[in-house]
Every structure is written in structure tokens, then in C-alpha cells.
Design a protein around this ligand. Sequence first.
Ligand code: F0G
Length: 458
Amino acid sequence: MHPFQTIIEPFRIKSVEPLRFTTREERAAALTRADGNVFKLRADDVLIDLLTDSGTGAMSSAQWGGLIQGDESYAGSRSFYRFEQVVRDLTGYAHVIPTHQGRAAERILFHTILKAGQIVPNNNHFDTTRANIEVEEAEARDLVIAEGRQPSVVHPFKGNIDLDALEALLARDRDRVPLVMVTVTNNSGGGQPVSLANLRGVRALCDRYGTPFFLDACRFAENAWFIRQREPGMADRTPSDIAREMFSLADGCTMSAKKDGLSNIGGFLAMRSDAWAEQCRTLLILTEGFPTYGGLAGYDLEAIARGLEEVVEEPYLRYRIRSTEYLADKVARAGVPIIQPAGGHAVYIDARALLPHIPPLQYPGIALVNALYVEAGVRSVEIGTVMFGLHADGTESAGALDLVRLAIPRRVYTQSHIDFVAEAVIHVAAMRDRLRGYRITSAPRPLRHFTASFAALA
Ligand code: F0G
């Protein structure tokens, strides 16, 4: 290599999209029109959009070029076979079922295999995963290790599942656990990675109890990079080699291609089991489409196939993980409490720690999200009591944590955008005493965070 330290964006820019600048007054009015919920803003009123890293990435010229090669045949499309080959090479799973995005894969899997009263363990379920389990009247149980629930505790693999707790669950209730899931990286727990050792431990338990094991693989490549950086003996392996081993330890996966598929839409369900795959394909035809397109255009399948190849390239992953860490370092050095260490796709601010004067049921995360938007035009998202505090029985309690996630779209923002975000976060943190809580004036169930209305407390 060369003697230079600066990690540069490993691409140059061929096509640009202008940003629209607004005044503080315009943003305050826009937030009022949006009922205090940034999900209801018009994106044109946002300057830097860190709402999600999902479907918001920039495609490469090779992906755009692939679009024109998409085969739009209803059945047996060439683009499907290319997509299927790439997914099989990566995962080793025989059955590859395309879906329009990750939650469709979740719905098809869970609706096919889950019965009321069953339990699905995971490190942490993401919101759609939990909702798709609860809608089947089953229980989504979070078993992340204790370190993973403490924002300021540094641990190399805070996404690991607690193997003792998993074993206790399987020993007691194996008949009620149709599968074990592990989310890589652990989004709800701060974008934290899971080690290969932990995945091997899950495999061993699942073998002992005869339970299938699935990955929620949305951010598998970022997880593989963390393994390479942090797990002893892994430094010389390629990310794709590590990713293959991760998949080899499981029996199947759900995947949102909107994250580490480097695509704007798409997903898949993949597995070894012939019997489950046959049932899933039946439901797929009912709700998504024929098994060789599954709710996607042929050109989407081309973009995902290429995206899955690009996402494991070392210069990309080195830049990707470092740019998230760069933002985390800047805000943490200024004293802003965040989940340590930085996640792969996002920086998570500990809003409960930053705003101790706002109790969880007055939603400190919403207070911080809304202030960041009004002050700086930066859109983030609450991952806390609004997202997870409402239970299936209609009662409400504080979420495990009240976090504000700054999710970084892939290959979209440059270092100066990120410098601006750091400055905005530090500015809002300095005015923390003036921030006030919120109450919910209307909200649906489940997944209330997307459409709830909020009113600021005096
Ligand atoms: N699993 C995880 C871990 C996720 O982060 C997501 C989506 C999904 C499943 C569902 O995938 O959106 O394609 O249906 N997370 C996005 C986010 C929405 O903002 O974190 P999807």
C-alpha cells in the first residue's frame, strides 16, 4: 500500500443532486405541518437526510449500466438467474426467493412457519421484524448480551446474543421456538456487530436442540468488516470470505437489499429447507409475484446482484465503517453521549442521557430529533420509547433505551456533509436545557412511530 493516512471516498462523483437550503422559520413551519413527526416531512424540506440508510444509497455506474440489461420476462428472467447465482455464491443457500424489500421476506417467512404462542429469539428484533412476529400472535424476544444494553460500555461485539439465555430458553421451551434469529449488524442495539464465535455458538445450540437458525442479514458486509477488524485471527481474511462463513453457520436469512444490497429497493428470503421454501413460494405468488421476480423488476434484480458484489470490496468497507466512526468520534469528543463504539451504518445518540430532564414517556428522542431538524435541517430518527414502548396489549412503558439514530446513506454524503452534521449535533447538545418533551396526540398500532402526531409540552 502507500504511506498516507487519509481514508478517501473510494469513488468520484458523476452525477449530482442539488440540496435545498431552508431557513429556521421555514423548518419550524414544516415541522408543524408534519404534526411534529419528521417521517411526515417533505424530503425537499430536509437538508441532510439521515433518517435511514435504507434504500437511500447511491448506485454505482456499473449498477446503473446493469439496469438497461434487465430482462423483464415474467417467468425465467435472465436477471433472476444472475441474481440467484450471486446470492447462492454468497450464502450457499439453495432456495433464493426475491421480495420487494426485507419486511416482505419477514412476513412470508413468519406467516408460513409461526403459530400463535410461539417465541422467536433474536439479539434485538428491528421494528418490522417484531411487528411481523407479533401480528402472528407470537412473541419476539430480545436476548442481546448485557453489554449491548449499556450505551457507554465498550465491547467489540455488542450485538452478540446471550448464549446462556438462549440455551435456557431452548432447554425450557424448545417446542415453542420454531427458529432462532440473529440480526447482523444489530440495528436496534446500535448497529453493533456479532462475532463469528457467537454465531458458531448459536449454531451449536441450534444443532443440539434441532432448531433452525436464520440471519437477519441486512448489514452482513458491515458485520463482516467488523469481524475482520476485531476478531482474533481474522485480519487476513477477505470480507466476502468472512461473510460466506457467517451465512454457512445459519440455515437461511431474510435480507433487505436496501442496505448492504446497495440498491434502492429489493430484498430476499433464502434458505436450505425444501419444505419451508415450497410453502414460502406459495405465499410469495399470492402477495409478491412469480418466484423469478417476487415483486421486483428485472432491472432491480440486476442492480442488487451487482450491489452484493460491490458491498464486500475492501476499499468500500474501509471507507464506509471509518466514515461512521469519524462522525461518532467528533460528537463524542465534544461530550455528546453516544452508543460506544460507533455502529456500522449509524451513530446513535443516547437521548435519555443527554436530556435527563425529559422522562422517557415524554419522548426525549423526539425532542432531540425535532431540534436537530429545526436548528440544522438534519433529519434523524428516534429509536426508543415511541418506536418500541407500545405493547401488543395496548399498554405503554419506557423503551429499553431512548436513542436518536443518525443513519448514513451509502456513498451519498461527503466528509464536509458529515462535518456539518457533527457541528449541528454539538450545537443542539449545547442548548439541551431548553429542549422540552412531547406528548402523542394520535397514533395507530402497530408501528405507531411512522404516522403518530406529536404536540410539544410547555
Ligand atoms: N431488519 C433490519 C435489521 C432492518 O434494519 C430493516 C429495515 C428491516 C429488517 C426491514 O427491511 O425496510 O427493506 O423492509 N430497516 C430500515 C431502517 C427501515 O431504517 O433501519 P425493509
